[in-house]
Design a protein around this ligand. Structure first.
Ligand code: ZN
Length: 346
């Protein structure tokens, strides 16, 4: 079994995902690997019985606007990243009151530069966001850009917009192939950390900016190895579908494949009930049911469909994230505790 396959299987079965356990992470059918690693039978037996050390929190829809006054920055390398991989959670957070911005890192110049820019602007508008930003780095060549330059621009934006929450690629995902995705995510995580300090770019403060670090992160990936947050997007799957259909120059959703399939089947004297009755329904349903469920691995490179992700939690449609919140960091002050317990009158 390849490590990547184990990690996937481990995730599905709730096994602990971690390289330190790799030596134990061999199933019975992996005799060949077992021999190669010189493992005896006792090493092999309990492979998938490890408990997931990560508690999975299910985030459900809430009523009202609990996030009013907070700022969301959704960051993508390309115009289809956020819609495909986090289109539901962004719809949810916007609906729950966030002021939103969309940042696209590349100029998509291996495709249709102008078209992709218009698509991203339309996506931001459909979400009700205030603005779409573009950093215009070269498509598929972001790894040629100085990380320091990317971080510097991100820190400025985090401080300027006073970003509370970011949605982006996961910087700790090991198997991402696209250099734009991993370059973006690593710069974002470093910039997020640095933006809250006083030591970096202090000249910002002379211009009226203040130190400010986004404190909540929803990180996604195509081949997720660490999911600690399942977000119920059932209420937003249709919105996610609509937003994806705005990507007409990239992605699998804006090309009218549903109505084309409906026409092909009609010529063959067939109908596919899942597509619905009209061309509009067919285009929508093709994306909703094929891209985000039935054929998600081939059509959008997601290892798990939005339905499969939700199934263990009794949720119809879900997205999964590596979620980190500094707001929940309640590390106790042990010095103060020690003083309280041990200090004596002089
Ligand atoms: Zn991408």
């Amino acid at each position: 079994m390849k490590r990547k396959d184990f990690l996937k299987n481990g995730l599905l079965s709730g096994a602990l995902v971690g390289s330190s356990l790799l030596a134990n992470a061999i199933t019975k059918e992996d005799n060949k690997d077992g021999e190669a690693l010189n493992l005896d039978k006792s090493d092999k037996k309990n492979v998938l019985e490890f408990k997931n050390e990560v508690d999975v929190i299910v985030e459900r829809p809430v009523s009202g606007k609990p996030h009013q006054g907070k700022v969301l920055l959704a960051i993508q390398a390309h115009s289809d990243d956020i819609p495909l991989f986090a289109g539901g959670v962004v719809a949810k957070l916007m609906d729950e009151g966030y002021t939103g911005y969309l940042l696209t890192m590349t100029n998509d110049d291996k495709g249709d530069t102008i078209g992709n820019r218009i698509d991203a602007e339309n996506v931001a508008k459909a979400y009700g966001m205030k603005k779409a930003y573009f950093f215009n780095y070269p498509h598929h060549q972001m790894d040629s850009v100085q990380n320091q330059e990317i971080k510097c621009r991100l820190i400025y934006l985090f401080r300027l917009l006073k970003v509370d929450t970011i949605v982006c690629w996961d910087p700790w995902e090991h198997y991402e192939e696209n250099p734009d995705h991993y370059t973006t995510s690593r710069a974002v995580e470093a910039a997020r950390w640095m933006a809250g300090g006083a030591a970096d770019y202090p000249e910002h403060f002379d211009s009226g900016l203040t130190r400010h670090s986004p404190r909540v992160r929803y990180y996604f990936s195509r081949d997720q190895q660490r999911i600690n947050r399942i977000v119920d997007i059932t209420k937003y799957i249709d919105k996610k579908t609509e937003v994806n259909m705005l990507n007409v120059t990239k992605g699998p959703a804006g090309q009218g494949y549903g109505s084309k399939l409906k026409a092909r089947l009609a010529a063959e004297g067939k109908v596919l009930p899942i597509l619905g009755n009209t061309d509009k329904e067919a285009d929508h349903n093709w994306v909703k049911h094929f891209v985000f469920d039935i054929d998600s691995k081939r059509t959008n490179f997601s290892q798990l469909s939005n339905k499969t992700l939700g199934k263990p939690y009794g949720i119809e449609w879900a997205e999964g994230f590596h979620y980190i919140s500094d707001l929940e960091d309640q590390t106790p002050n042990l010095i103060e505790k020690y003083i309280k317990e041990n200090a004596k009158p002089k």
